[in-house]
Design a protein around this ligand. Structure first.
Ligand SMILES: Nc1nc2c(ncn2[C@@H]2O[C@H](COP(=O)(O)OP(=O)(O)OP(=O)(O)O)[C@@H](O)[C@H]2O)c(=O)[nH]1
Ligand SMILES: [Mg+2]
Length: 467
């Protein structure tokens, strides 16, 4: 069978998230989009001309049975002013998932193929509407968990990263032009830059910005990926109360009975732009039953994958050996000792704690009155980020791991270029490393001489269907 070029196949998917909503949108992209719409859609006014980018009211009809499926708004958007740069149709149905499935089924029957994950955005890239960094930014916007993560993703979608890569590439192309002159006219006394000037230029226009981009990735990554924080402690110290207070909702059950929490409970928090997955766990003790034992096992599993552990003790009761043992059992992770119930703690509670945990960073709180929660959030942020709370991280863009790898490889090649120039290597040999640096930068934006099919699959399958 002849393999079809992507542009020959018209694709369709439900573009809104699964579940019931006010409206649900079916998106169709490709040459057949309008034809399919015309087969299924009965406009209210027979004069409907399907003008581009105009919304029309009407009904979706099953073309075989003529049954009315839904009352909808439909829009045809003519290429190239569309998300994919192909002809695009969107059908705005009622948000019942059943209705959407039925309409989508009819769309398929009329000739569309199911879209793969990320295929709309992939087409936008393949048709040259966006570069690869912007395509990835779409995914980052969908996945952003905090305002800061969103700000970074939007910056990337607006092309900040792309611009920076293009600037570095332009500088490298300039160096290549100089080398080519040297290759083409080896015996001529052409006016090319001195080696020292050339090295200076590469240092400023290529090496420094690449190093900067790699550092941005290392320091800013945490604002995109976030951290996982586990609340650990003996039963009844107030772990679930802390989770609720941080979330400002009664998420977990709180009682005075030790052993209340059996399963782990996970929620997301936004601490000044830092995405924090906070996990409440079952109190650690010798279990009184199979269910509690399983819960305690889960607590320990969560502990293994945590970045930071809040070891909680009850400030109203004396510190016991089990508290210290639990604290010591947490190794290789960031740790904070949280002393809870300060509202009913005796006056010497903190002195006692400091005596028992001289090595710990201690935060005193009351999950009940919310006292000290600001200090706790600041401490979590400072531990995770290595600096104090700031609303704006100051990054204009934060490359992802794929970009970082390409930048690191490009930087290594650039260093070879610099060594080559300073040691007077023949220009045609230097040009090989230079081309390699250019290729690695090309991978970032999606312009490379080598095949990038695998790379594209890797990137776009992380998307949801319909995007
Ligand atoms: N006075 C006071 N009581 C608190 C505070 N925090 C929690 N408590 C009480 O302590 C009891 C236990 O609270 P939980 O939040 O259920 O404790 P836990 O650590 O989740 O307990 P387990 O799930 O059993 O491990 C409840 O009666 C809470 O109301 C606090 O800061 N001050
Ligand atoms: Mg609990």
């Amino acid at each position: 069978m002849k393999s079809l070029d992507h542009s020959e196949v018209t694709i369709a998917a439900i573009a809104t998230s699964p579940g019931t909503g006010g409206i649900g949108i079916i998106r169709i992209s490709g040459k057949e989009a309008l034809f399919i719409l015309k087969r299924l859609f009965e406009p209210r006014h027979s004069t409907c001309l399907f003008e581009s980018h105009k919304l029309y009211y009407g009904h979706i009809i099953n073309p075989t049975t003529l049954a009315v499926i839904d009352e909808v708004l439909a829009v045809f958007m003519s290429a190239p002013q569309t998300y994919t740069r192909e002809d695009v149709v969107e059908i705005h149905c009622h948000g019942s998932y059943l209705v959407l499935q039925e309409v989508l089924g009819l769309v398929y029957e009329c000739g569309a193929a199911p879209a793969a994950a990320g295929e709309f955005t992939k087409r936008a890239f393949l048709n040259g509407r966006i570069d690869l960094t912007r395509a990835e930014a779409v995914l980052e916007i969908l996945e952003a968990k905090t305002r800061e993560g969103l700000r970074l993703a939007v910056n990337q979608l607006q092309g900040r990263l792309h611009e920076r890569v293009i600037a570095v590439r332009a500088a490298l192309l300039h160096v290549r032009a100089i080398l080519e002159v040297a290759i083409d006219f080896p015996d001529e006394d052409v006016d090319i830059l001195k080696a020292s000037d050339l090295l200076l230029e590469i240092n400023q226009a290529v090496k420094a910005p690449l190093t900067d981009l790699i550092e941005n990735c290392d320091h800013g990554k945490i604002f995109k990926d976030g951290i996982s924080v586990v609340i650990l402690g003996r039963p009844n110290v107030g772990k679930s109360s802390l989770l609720n207070s941080l979330l400002k909702e009664e998420r977990a059950i709180v009682t005075e009975i030790p052993g209340t929490t059996r399963d782990t409970i996970e929620e997301y928090l936004d601490i000044s732009g830092l995405p924090v997955r906070i996990i409440d766990t079952a109190g650690i003790r010798t279990a009184e039953g199979a269910v509690e034992e399983l819960g305690i096992m889960r607590s320990r599993q969560k502990l293994a994958s945590a970045d930071l552990v809040l070891l909680m003790i009850d400030g109203a009761t004396p510190v016991v050996a089990a508290d210290r043992e639990l604290y010591d059992s947490v190794t290789g992770k960031l740790r904070l000792l949280v002393v809870n119930k300060m509202d009913i703690a005796p006056p010497d509670a903190m002195v006692e704690c400091q005596k028992n945990f001289p090595d710990a960073t201690i935060i005193a709180i009351s999950a009940k009155t919310m006292a000290g929660l600001g200090d706790l959030e600041r401490a979590i942020f400072a531990m995770a980020c290595g600096h104090d709370l700031r609303w704006d991280t100051g990054f204009d863009c934060v490359p992802n791991q794929r970009h970082r790898l390409a930048f690191t490889r490009a930087l290594a090649a650039v260093e070879c270029v610099m060594t080559g120039i300073s040691s007077g290597l023949p220009p045609d040999l230097i040009a090989i490393d230079l081309q390699s640096a250019l290729d690695h930068l090309g991978e970032v934006v999606g312009e490379t001489s080598t095949s990038i099919d695998e790379l594209l699959d890797l990137i776009f399958t992380r998307f949801c269907i319909g995007k």
